[in-house]
Design a protein around this ligand. Structure first.
Ligand code: PGA
Length: 262
């Protein structure tokens, strides 16, 4: 069975004790529904990474990730967290370029490229987030934006380095409280553009092997439709995953739909 990726970024919501409890309950919950093809992951705040790793340690089914990384190992970068520091905490995933980083913190494509290159060099599973703004969708330049974000992030990175690259397509207009979910037809179109761009850059063997996850207002009502779209290899979930019971419901439904899709 092809691998299925389901994970959440808890953004800036959960404190240490809440994160520990969340990962612990999730690990217990998935014990019952655990499937070999399922790869779960949780991306908490920096300050809760150590307790998240501890809580996940018994499960061997949940990977823990960081929400950002600096491209430099050491240096004059006040307030930043280096890849070495994440390694020290046994972090396995690094998320880069989430829309809130791009559009609230004004991270540029150039910075995102540096971070992706550093993260892959340090052998982290690297979750590159891309997505178009509402105004870009309205102007019908969404595909161009996606191609630009992929090409600039991966510029000069050889295919041998991409073994641990994942991509999350998250249309900015679909994310968060003000977001509305993308429909299956739209998601299928955009995932095809992403797949074609990866193949254009790296050939079909590598291009086809990179997992592409969908994120933005995923919930228990739309998870099955979304996971059934062609070129959707997983779901990256915010609000609907932060209650363990609700997340487990989504995970179980998605697993069933995934099995049917194969
Ligand atoms: P959401 O967040 O599921 O709450 O829309 C998704 C994300 O920001 O990754």
């Amino acid at each position: 069975m092809k691998k299925l990726y389901i994970g959440t970024n808890t953004k800036m919501y959960k404190l240490r004790a809440e994160t520990a409890e969340y990962v612990h309950s999730l690990a217990l919950g998935v014990k019952e529904c655990s499937e070999k093809f399922l790869q779960l992951f949780v991306i908490p705040s920096f300050t809760a990474l150590d307790v998240a790793v501890q809580s996940a340690s018994g499960s061997n089914n949940i990977l823990i990730g960081a929400q950002n990384v600096c491209w430099a190992e050491r240096g004059q970068f006040t307030g930043e967290i280096s890849p070495l520091m994440l390694q020290e905490l046994s972090i396995e995933i690094v998320e880069i370029g989430h829309s809130e980083r791009r559009h609230i913190m004004h991270e540029t494509n150039r910075e995102i490229h540096l971070k992706v290159a550093a993260s892959l060099n340090y052998n982290f599973t690297t979750l590159l987030c891309i997505g178009e703004l509402q105004e870009e969708k309205d102007a019908d330049i969404g595909d161009d934006v996606l191609r630009l974000q992929i090409k600039s992030a991966l510029h000069g990175i050889p295919k041998e380095k991409l073994e641990k690259l994942w991509i999350a397509y998250e249309p900015v207009w679909a994310i968060g409280n003000a977001g509305y979910p993308a429909d299956a037809k739209y998601v299928t179109e955009k995932h095809l553009v992403i797949r074609q761009t990866l193949i254009e850059l790296y050939g079909s063997q590598t291009g086809d092997s990179i997992p592409i996850l969908y994120g933005g207002s995923v919930n228990k009502g739309n998870c099955c439709d979304l996971i059934c779209c062609k070129n959707v290899d997983g779901l990256f979930i915010g609000r609907s995953a932060w209650n363990v019971g609700e997340f487990l419901e989504i995970i179980n439904k998605t697993i069933d739909a995934w099995k049917e899709k194969q």
